[in-house]
Design a binder for this molecule. Structure first.
Ligand code: NAP
Length: 277
């Protein structure tokens, strides 16, 4: 078995966070998981008889994050791996969706993850080792009408993740952006925030997308337990990747996007190059 590590995972009440906690515990690791209620904390701590510690944290409670991480370092021990998993999907056509919903989407999916990184990095840097996994999405590489705020947040986290990875590599810290395709979690069910429809012009484009996502919820291709085992393989790796896609839908769609992007870059190359000098 690979060396025992302490993982700090945000959002372990369901989905990927829960699955990763379970697989990590089964592999002999110690898991500190964050949840948002006392009931969820007690429930999480029943996952195993030892090595499982729940902490209450909303990742948008930015003023609390340093204290929670400091307390974990002092009372549980060094955090070897941070997994920024907490997040949700906002669904709504941009023109219909209030800016406030975009702020909330970025607060949770981007600012929360960054605040967590800023809290653990001083400890990891001091130890000259550590690994951060940021759960992004294939929606951090590809787009679909009706999820602009979500894709925006995940593109942002992909970019931030890649950049900070370059900044902390000299200190022996790795950063991996994990981009899953569609998996069977609560993402498109209880967790999704759906802006009500208001502009009939978008009916033809968007209604079928909203309906298809509702129908697919709970029947997605991806198995979160298998995603968790894949993430554990990456955590065990001596040279983890900066980006990891999970799922055949993710790899097919991202490859298609990259090839279309390359074609478009080629098509406009003359104009692109015309601005030098
Ligand atoms: P999920 O089952 O809904 O789990 C989301 C977790 O995040 C829950 O534990 C939830 O806690 C927590 N959370 C949400 N907002 C939070 C906040 N403000 N502070 C702290 N915790 C918060 O969905 P999931 O699919 O496992 O989502 C995990 C990550 O995977 C997300 O970042 C999501 O965007 C990403 N992802 C999912 C898919 C997919 O197909 N499932 C694909 C690509 C990426 P509560 O129980 O308290 O709400």
């Amino acid at each position: 078995m690979a060396a025992t590590k302490t993982l700090l995972i945000t959002g372990v009440s369901s989905g990927f966070g829960r699955a990763l906690a379970q697989e990590a515990l089964a592999a002999g690791h110690r898991v500190v998981g964050t949840v948002r209620s006392e009931q969820a904390r007690r429930d999480f701590e029943t996952l195993a008889t030892s090595n499982v510690i729940g902490r209450i944290l909303d990742v948008t409670d930015f003023d609390a994050i340093d204290g929670v991480v400091g307390n974990i370092e002092a009372t549980v021990g060094p955090v070897d791996v941070l997994v920024n998993n907490a997040g949700y999907g906002h669904e709504g056509v941009l023109e219909e969706s209030p800016l406030e919903e975009m702020r909330r989407q970025f607060d949770v999916n981007v600012f929360g993850a960054v605040a967590m990184m800023k809290a653990v990095l001083p400890y990891m840097r001091g130890r000259r080792r550590g690994h951060i996994l940021n759960i992004t999405s294939m929606g951090g590489h590809i787009t679909l009408p009706g999820i602009s705020y979500y894709c925006g947040s995940k593109f942002a986290l992909e970019g931030i993740s890649e950049t900070v990875g370059k900044e902390v590599k000299p200190f022996g810290i790795a950063v991996t952006a994990v981009a899953p395709g569609s998996f069977r979690t609560d993402w498109a069910g209880r967790s999704m925030v759906r802006t009500p429809r208001s502009i009939p012009d978008y009916d033809g484009l968007f209604d079928p997308i909203r309906e298809a996502r509702r129908q697919k919820s709970g029947r997605q291709l991806g198995d979160p337990a298998k995603a968790a085992r894949a993430m554990l393989d990456v955590i065990d790796s001596d040279s983890p990747p900066a980006h990891l896609l999970l799922g055949s839908d993710a790899i097919d769609l991202v490859r298609q996007k990259l090839s279309l992007l390359a074609e478009e870059i080629d098509e406009w190359e003359t104009i692109t190059r015309s601005t030098d000098g």
